[in-house]
Write a protein that binds this ligand. Structure first.
Ligand code: GN1
Ligand code: MG
Length: 374
């Protein structure tokens, strides 16, 4: 009964955005940790699918700003691609409008719904499949950055204040910790110590931003491996999706996020966290792919902070997961009570592996820089 009611409700919401046909099905889609995502299938031959999402307004307090950013970003990039087309497939997701020409739909319970075009004939992966994919993921992030490198950061609103500002996550963690009474286990002790040992260094990117060493730019915010869409036929990257956090920031957050997710072959959801490691071959592939495109806008200082970025964003995500575990799992969706603790352990193990390979990683960055030099 309830399920039927939910299906009917979802179909009715999807129908608001279905300008080109009848809604056939609405199915849960993807593995997002924040928003609820559905794939809508239409009976139309023109556009068979679109992606319907309920924005988590506890996280994104001003969802209208996200839609505004998305419009500015997609229109800018589309115009740029029209002026100077690429010699390969590259697509930008489109914001779909409702029957009354709005770019979102508010439900009677105040839920915020929006729809995005589905990039046809593409697929995504939760873990890296081949070395070629690594280069393609790097290329995709480089192209994403390159296409917006001339759009002034202030053109987009800050849709999620504090996002990737590690010192603020640390502050939040200490507040949560002061009130939390976690069950002491070797895993919890490990996390507490792990964070405590890295507190001073955690300001590294924010300091470089504050002194102007690293410039404020536009970023994606969440370029993890499964946000890159691959053309199913050519297996080349064709799009970067999930544009909710495209906003002013540092490209280093993106570089770190892309590498921490792409070079962890066990995936961020593995329960075998002891076995997690950072694969330097994949790191080389991603960085070469990235720099091949990004070299045109990167500055000398940008290279200096790349190693720290990789280490920091892995650490930061672990910190965010652990703080959420302590807070009672209020930010990230969980499937079981220790889910966020497990996720934190995965990221901390990954950070440890990055730290133990620092010399090799710094050399990879240097070599990739020389290889792709202008
Ligand atoms: C969240 O919801 P999703 O899966 O797209 C999070 C990212 C994390 C990611 C880890 C707004 O992204 O920062 O890296 O989980 N997004 C937000 O999987 O906090
Ligand atoms: Mg996301």
């Amino acid at each position: 009964m309830t399920e039927n009611r939910d299906t009917n409700k979802l179909t009715a919401i999807a129908d608001q955005f279905a300008l080109k046909g009848q809604v056939m099905t609405v199915q849960a889609f993807g593995s997002g940790n924040i928003n609820d995502t559905f794939l809508v299938t239409l009976d139309s031959s023109e556009e068979k699918h679109f992606v319907l999402q309920r924005i988590n307004t506890q996280v994104f307090r001003q969802p209208e700003l996200i839609m505004q950013n998305m419009r500015t970003f997609t229109e800018y990039v589309r115009a740029r691609l029209q002026r100077t087309p690429l010699n390969r497939r590259w697509e930008v997701p489109r914001v779909l409008v409702t029957k009354n020409a709005r770019d979102y739909w508010k439900d009677t319970d105040d839920s915020f719904w929006r729809a995005i075009s589905f990039i046809d004939g593409t697929q995504s992966f939760d873990t890296m499949q081949t070395m070629e994919h690594a280069r393609e993921i790097g290329y995709a992030l480089g192209m994403f950055h390159n296409l917006i490198s001339d759009l002034p950061p202030e053109k987009l609103a800050d849709t999620l204040e504090g996002f990737h500002i590690t010192p603020l996550y640390l502050q939040h963690y200490h507040q949560v910790l002061a009130k939390a009474h976690p069950q002491k286990s070797p895993e919890v002790e490990y996390c507490l110590q792990f964070i405590s040992d890295r507190q001073l260094w955690a300001e590294v990117l924010e300091k470089a931003k504050a002194t102007g060493e690293l410039p404020l730019r536009l970023m994606h915010g969440d370029p993890k491996i499964n946000n890159v869409m691959f053309d199913t036929a050519t297996q080349q990257a064709a799009s970067v999706i999930d544009l909710d956090t495209v906003k002013p920031g540092l490209v280093h957050y993106d570089i770190g996020d892309c590498l921490r997710s792409g070079c962890n072959l066990a995936g961020e959801e593995t329960e075998e966290w002891e076995k997690v490691s950072f694969d330097t071959d994949l790191c080389q592939g991603i960085l070469q792919g990235y720099l091949f495109v990004a070299k045109t806008f990167l500055l000398e200082e940008d290279y200096v902070y790349m190693y720290d970025a990789i280490r920091l964003i892995s650490f930061e995500l672990g910190l965010r997961f652990f703080a959420d575990y302590l807070a009672g799992n209020i930010y990230f969706k969980v499937k079981y009570p220790e889910h966020n603790l497990n996720r934190a352990l995965v990221q901390f193990k990954l950070t440890e592996s990055i730290e133990s390979q620092e010399i090799a990683i710094r050399k990879i960055i240097q070599d990739a820089k020389l290889l792709t030099r202008k």
